[in-house]
Design a protein around this ligand. Structure first.
Ligand code: NAG
Ligand code: NAG
Ligand code: NAG
Ligand code: NAG
Ligand code: NAG
Ligand code: NAG
Length: 439
């Protein structure tokens, strides 16, 4: 009898010990990384539902696990929904990374650790040729391109991802649970390569708070507008949404415009433009498109292109600004389609030549890539393409880009509907950058 009790007691103890795994509230999830715009660094971001320490333990690939560690901070993010759900967003910056080296890491605290992930620190050389995957408009439901992107990222095809607005559809829904689910879904990409973002219209709830809190972008605007350098490219991310959600502050249009102007001026200083000749912008809603919906870009005087005259004072648009500072390439999404434009300014085509429109073009080149996959399905096109429209497709898919060197940039469009087939590709070749290239 007593021995059985003792036995049972022991069993209970064993069961109890097995149950004392870290509680789920302290378990890190939604792990993703981003480049803070500071050389030799990477930011690791994740969520816990209870407050914990914020620690990353890491190691050079092949070295001793985990002989390096870094501490960070967490902020409490309260969703704006009726449940006022709370979560802790942890951020740790790894610095002093060796360019090009691979690192293994896990994140969390003594109350719970994540799985082990890996990333390569960005090569900081101006002559490096970074490879990107870029797309917009990817949701939880029908994230058509996700599987292909997961695999291609994990085998090392990309150095960084650009997600050009519209996440999760929508992050705030179900009291932020859709956002949580989306961040879990993209962990299989975003925990391995820097996942760089800009806000889209689907992030607008509670003044974009899900967007601003969940990501960790360079600068101090919570990812609304910022820029960073990679290889020979200066990449500017901004919010087209300031033109549409005026309730959050008309002054944001002007604040962003002034920042863009200053950033472009700085990027055009001879020594900077020499190191990063390519200026590439990313913003959610395009200036041009041949979609058959009623979106801003279908209007001749789209807000993003020419600004708004119904605000006080009238708000400037961005086409002229980008033209005057010699922006080479403008990346957009929002339309659930892919469209490549001929070099265009003020509704006129300015090709390099008739045979080779993208060799020394006389105006910026626009690409719309918003068909990664979401519950809203495809957008259609007007039957007759405008003369600035060079190629269009409604297939689900995403874009690959390599900034090869100072003169050559390559882009191609992957169709997920056609099992990864490349349906469009072109070289953008520029012997001259800056506004002088347009002459
Ligand atoms: C998590 O936080 C809640 C609320 O503060 C608390 O009741 C619970 O005990 C915590 N759980 C753990 C495992 O710390
Ligand atoms: C991180 O914080 C822990 C606990 O406060 C401390 O022991 C450790 O030295 C810190 N590590 C670094 C790299 O700052
Ligand atoms: C970084 O890229 C440059 C240019 O491609 C290359 O020469 C260099 O070896 C790379 N550095 C590392 C550490 O891989
Ligand atoms: C919305 O957020 C922006 C940026 O953080 C801020 O400047 C603005 O004042 C906010 N607007 C409102 C109405 O809270
Ligand atoms: C104001 O903008 C609208 C289009 O947004 C345009 O139709 C109208 O002509 C503009 N008015 C003035 C005075 O510029
Ligand atoms: C860039 O790469 C292309 C294609 O390989 C090559 O033809 C060109 O000469 C290179 N340009 C520079 C400046 O190295």
């Amino acid at each position: 009898m007593t021995s059985l009790c003792a036995l049972l007691g022991l069993c209970c103890l064993a069961v109890q010990m097995a149950l004392s795994v870290p509680p789920i509230e302290s378990q890190p999830e939604q792990v993703h990384i981003s480049y803070p715009g500071v050389p030799h660094s990477m930011v690791i971001t994740w969520t816990t539902f209870n407050e914990t320490e914020s620690v990353v333990e890491y190691a050079v690939w092949g070295g001793k696990l985990f002989d390096l560690m870094a501490n960070g901070t967490s902020t409490m993010f309260e969703d704006g929904g009726s449940e006022k759900r709370k979560q802790y967003i942890h951020r740790v910056t790894l610095s002093g990374l060796s360019p090009g080296s691979a690192y293994l890491y896990h994140c969390g605290s003594e109350a719970g650790w994540s799985d082990v992930f890996y990333f390569s620190a960005l090569n900081e050389s101006d002559s490096w040729s970074p490879r990107f995957a870029l797309f917009g408009d990817m949701g939880n439901e029908n994230p058509q391109s996700l599987a292909r992107l997961q695999k291609e990222t994990q085998v090392g095809m990309y150095d960084t991802i650009l997600h050009i607005g519209d996440f999760a559809y929508d992050m705030d829904e179900d009291n932020g649970r859709i956002g949580d689910e989306f961040m879990r879904q993209i962990q299989s990409i975003a925990a391995y390569v820097p996942y760089m973002t800009c806000p889209g219209n689907h992030e607008n709830a509670y003044n974009f708070s899900n967007y601003r809190n969940r990501f960790s972008m360079p600068g101090d605007t919570e990812g609304l507008w910022y820029s960073w350098n990679v290889g020979s490219a200066h990449i500017i991310s901004f919010s087209t949404e300031v033109y549409f959600f005026l309730d959050y502050g008309v002054d944001l249009i002007f604040e962003q415009y002034e920042w863009l102007k200053k950033d472009l001026e700085e990027a055009n200083r001879p020594e900077n433009r020499k190191a990063q000749p390519w200026i590439i912008t990313m913003g959610h809603r395009p200036m041009y498109c041949s979609s058959d919906d009623k979106d801003d870009c279908t209007n001749f005087q789209s807000y993003v292109r020419v600004g708004r005259n119904d605000t006080k004072p009238p708000a400037p648009g961005l086409e002229k600004l980008f033209y005057l500072y010699g922006v080479d390439l403008e990346l957009w999404a929002h339309e659930h389609a892919y469209e490549r434009l001929f070099p265009v300014y003020d509704y006129q085509v300015f090709s390099g030549s008739a045979d080779e429109p993208y060799v020394n073009p006389k105006a910026p080149v626009h690409i719309i890539t918003g068909s990664a996959g979401c519950r809203e399905k495809h957008d259609g096109f007007v039957p007759e393409p405008r003369d600035w429209s060079a190629f269009r497709s409604t297939d689900y898919g995403y874009t690959r880009m390599q900034v090869l060197n100072r003169t050559h940039l390559y882009m191609e469009q992957v169709s997920d509907d056609q099992y990864g087939k490349v349906i469009d590709s072109f070289w953008l070749v520029k012997e001259k950058h800056s506004v002088a290239a347009w002459l």
